[in-house]
Design a protein around this ligand. Structure first.
Ligand code: S3P
Length: 425
């Protein structure tokens, strides 16, 4: 099909959100000054900076993306004077809680209305088992959380869902514990914490889906270049992939193999995607991603593929709406407890845009190619990834969408709108 939309150019996406959070949290407990370049200067990651500052850590933001963090060592944090606000960031609250659980003081962590609805039992239970005292609303399952750190003991914890936040939270608590701490995941999730801990001198071992950390005496500071965020690049990958004749280069994107599920799926649907200049930048593999668009066909996404593209599902739904035939995504029940219920949010937005689709408890089916209703009203539900996915659908289809609440995009990608406008010819 010849498209009326033309897309070309080069895009440089901002720094990886997951790695930015970890770089700040781990630098805060390292001994000495860490230097972070390519930091994601956005709402979520600034919440993490706020958290470590509240714990007495000096963070100098030399420019938007360059930070110096004066680590206080494993035992040098101080009791926050006030409630810590994690904003919209589940990563700040969950991974941060792993460190707070080991401190000899009390911290209270809250968040915005969306974060206060997200499940915390998955971290509270194991951290309490290790020896921390944690309470929260609804029997300790919802924020705010009040954490009184304790002397922790290592545990072996079998997780029921694959979650890098839960895994990281427990591994960080394990640094402070007596004896080794092991987490077992049903499927492998992103391993940025493990890579960074190991670079900072912690002893961390991997065997299948099991990760074991030993108690640490100290962490070395790091000097780190953070690659572009593949979860931000995803929106442009989908846009270019779905528009026949489109050609886009995404410069310097992290391609950790536990994060590249979307590339495999888009190739399966018929897009041409090349990883150019594949290299290691510090701890992570990085590439320039070249995407060429074609008429796509629907595909099936299986449960074991989900952890590798968990944050990319809203974008993938857009590719599905524009592809020929049915796309089925299953095993993605976790999406119902993200910044919004992303299955419900995408299904209701797509339905109001005239796309045939339906929900499963753990997924969604979408049938394309759809003629997108011009000017239809849709709601991002305050979720940055829903807002960006619908913006991309509007651009790919070449029709306006009346999208409520786009300010949330700043959570992970300030500048998204300008970049999008820059590649539309
Ligand atoms: C993240 C892990 C994922 C992901 C989130 C960021 C991280 O969440 O959805 O956006 O940085 O560890 P889960 O750990 O809940 O899978």
């Amino acid at each position: 099909m010849k498209s009326k939309v033309r897309i070309s150019g080069t895009v440089k996406v901002p720094g990886d959100k997951s790695i930015s959070h970890r770089a700040v949290l781990l630098s805060a407990i390292a001994e000495g000054e860490s230097h972070i370049r390519g930091f994601l200067n956005a709402g979520d990651t600034l919440s993490t900076v706020g958290m470590v500052r509240a714990l007495g850590v000096e963070v100098r933001q030399e420019s938007g993306t360059v930070l110096r963090v004066a680590g206080r060592g494993l035992k040098g944090l101080s009791e926050p004077e006030d409630v810590i606000d994690a904003g919209n960031s589940g990563t700040t609250m969950r991974i941060g809680a792993g460190i707070l659980a080991a401190q000899p003081f009390m911290s209270i962590v809250t968040g915005d209305p969306y974060l206060r609805r997200r499940p915390m039992k998955r971290i509270v239970e194991p951290l309490v088992k290790m020896g921390a005292a944690i309470s929260g609303r609804k029997g300790g399952t919802l924020p705010p959380l009040c954490i009184r750190g304790g002397n922790l003991s290592g545990i072996r914890h079998e997780m029921t869902v694959a979650s890098a936040q839960v895994k990281s939270s427990i591994l960080l608590a394990g640094l402070f514990a007596e004896g080794p701490t092991t987490v077992v995941e049903p499927l492998p999730s992103r391993d940025h914490t493990e890579r960074m801990l190991s670079a900072m001198g912690a002893k961390i071992a991997s065997s299948g889906n099991e990760k074991t950390v030993d108690p640490a005496a100290r962490l070395r500071p790091i000097s780190i270049d953070i690659p572009g965020d593949i979860s931000s690049a995803a929106f442009f990958m989908v846009l270019a992939a779905s528009v026949p004749g489109a050609h886009l280069l995404l410069d310097g994107v992290g391609v950790n193999p536990l994060r590249t599920g979307l590339i495999n799926v888009l190739r399966r649907m018929g897009a041409e995607i090349q990883l150019e200049a594949l290299r290691m930048e510090g701890l992570e593999p990085v590439a320039d991603i070249e995407v060429q668009g074609f008429d796509l066909t629907g595909t099936e996404i299986f449960p074991e593929e989900i952890p590798g593209l968990i944050d990319e599902v809203p974008a993938l739904c857009v590719a599905a709406a524009l592809a020929e035939g049915r796309t089925v995504i299953r095993g993605a029940g976790e999406l119902r407890v993200k910044e919004s219920d992303r299955i419900g949010a995408m299904a209701s937005a797509l339905a109001s845009l005239g796309v045939r689709c339906g929900e499963y408890p753990d997924g969604i089916w979408i049938e394309g190619p759809s003629r997108i209703v011009s000017g239809a009203r849709c709601d991002s539900k305050g979720d940055h990834r829903i807002a960006m996915a619908l913006s991309v659908l509007s651009a790919a289809a070449g029709v306006p969408i009346a999208l409520a609440d786009t300010a949330c995009i700043d959570t992970s990608y300030p500048g998204f709108r300008g970049t999008l406008e820059g590649i539309l010819e």
